[in-house]
Design a protein around this ligand. Structure first.
Ligand code: 7TS
Length: 407
């Protein structure tokens, strides 16, 4: 069950004791920490059965191939994919999104088409669509974000027309924390014949995500934000869509037959996995999924609601602190971005660091959103399974120190 003190014991970095002050890690939105089970699974691969996959007819290569494909099935079950062939391993969410923009996008987006995204997207779910639209003569439209950090759904409805071919939207904002009304968005987009891509980089680590129940068409996410290693990401899409898509990258492992005249492509999912993949990282991601499943995604979401409730309450008592995004924990995830009077977020972050509190300061790869709110930067504290209310208390003590030093 969900016992945070016990969870903390599973994360070596949170138990080092060697730093001048204990680490309060509040930057899991950028990258989560890793439990021993994930670190050891990768270590064991390198020590005991390191070999390339899908090619060696010898024991350790077969063991590596089995472990690699077993992870794919774990990931497929984790998001309730119909079929493990729908799980494509990439480097990260960014690569997954670019894969869709180049492969599906080049084949399907024509002059005059419209791609809808939102004002609160991470650059990774924004620039690929701008580039695709520029290449093919299409237009990108942005669902506005209200002052309170919600999507303007009336504006979205007004944008819908038969020209809309894709709606690409985050399932949880990395800046505002906003969880948009995804069911509604998917239903309305499908009604005009558009496909829906969800950027799950923040949602998949933090809440239950079921692609069949959602009835979305694409889902992109990263391993390193969900307790897994860096260098591994996932693209899920419906099998018939993936089958119709041309390869993104070409080379070894993604072919069926090659001759000097031309080539034919491997079956799914390998058609989209050219070259030697990130084997250790895929195996590590499988163990991360096991860890999350043991805790239970419903419990993880509930823990997030609890800690965000406490954090919003405590932060609201800090003088001059302004929080961006929904004020109701049920409508948001664990990323809380704020400004503190007119103290620069880099100063806030540096002073918090001197207290052992790690937060992020900057535009969080969402420059247009910050511009919209008239800001160059915010400070962001983000919470995950190993954070407690006492981490919130340390954050608030650090912010009081900022006020004493700078205000
Ligand atoms: N989409 C969202 C919503 C994200 O939060 C991020 C990373 C990405 C896409 C891209 O993920 P990547 O693994 O391909 O880099 N977000 C952040 C962040 O907020 N701070 O650092 C990375």
């Amino acid at each position: 069950m969900f016992d945070v003190e016990k969870i903390i014991q599973d994360f070596p970095i949170l138990n080092q004791g060697g730093t001048s002050k204990p680490l309060t890690y509040l930057d899991s939105t950028a990258s989560s920490q890793k439990p021993t089970a994930v670190i050891e699974a990768m270590d064991t691969y390198y020590r005991e059965y390191n070999a390339n996959v899908h090619r060696g007819i010898y024991q350790i290569s077969e063991k590596a191939s089995d472990a690699y494909e077993k992870s794919r099935k774990k990931v497929g079950r984790f998001i309730n994919a119909r079929n493990w062939r729908e799980i494509i391993f990439t480097r990260n969410a960014t690569e997954s999104l670019n894969l869709v923009a180049y492969s599906w996008g080049q084949a399907n987006i024509k002059a005059g088409d419209v791609i809808i995204t939102t004002e609160m997207e991470h650059h990774a779910n924004l620039i690929p669509w701008q580039q695709l639209a520029a290449r093919n003569g299409a237009t990108v439209k942005y669902i506005p974000v209200t002052e309170q950090g919600y999507l303007d759904m009336a504006a979205f409805e007004a944008m819908l027309s038969p020209e809309v071919k894709l709606v690409a939207v985050t399932q949880m904002s990395n800046v505002l924390g906003t969880i948009p009304p995804i069911d509604d968005i998917i239903e309305k987009a499908h009604a005009v014949g558009a496909l829906v891509l969800l950027d799950g980089a923040q949602s998949v680590p933090h809440m239950p995500v079921d692609v069949q129940a959602l009835d979305c068409d694409f889902l992109a996410f990263s391993g390193h934000k969900m307790l897994g290693p860096t260098g591994i990401g996932v693209l899920w899409a419906r099998e018939e869509i993936l089958n119709a898509m041309p390869p993104f990258m070409t080379g070894g492992d993604m072919i069926k037959h090659v001759s000097f005249e031309g080539s034919t492509w491997n079956d799914l999912p390998w058609k989209f996995e050219a070259g030697t993949p990130a084997i250790a990282e895929v195996i590590g991601l499988g163990y991360a999924v096991d860890y999350l499943n043991t805790l239970g995604m419903d419990n993880i979401r509930q823990h997030e609601i609890d800690i965000v409730t406490y954090a919003l309450d405590q932060l609201n008592q800090v003088e001059g602190l302004r929080i961006f995004g929904p004020k109701t924990p049920e409508n948001r995830g664990g990323s809380i971005s704020f400004t503190l009077g007119d103290i620069h977020p880099h100063d806030v972050s540096a002073i918090l660091d001197s207290e052992g509190v790690a937060v992020r300061a900057g535009h969080h790869c969402a420059m247009p959103l910050h511009e919209k709110f008239g800001l160059a930067a915010t400070t962001r504290a983000s919470f995950y399974i190993y954070n407690t209310n006492s981490d919130v208390d340390r954050l608030v003590i650090g912010l009081d120190k900022c006020l004493n030093l700078m205000a």
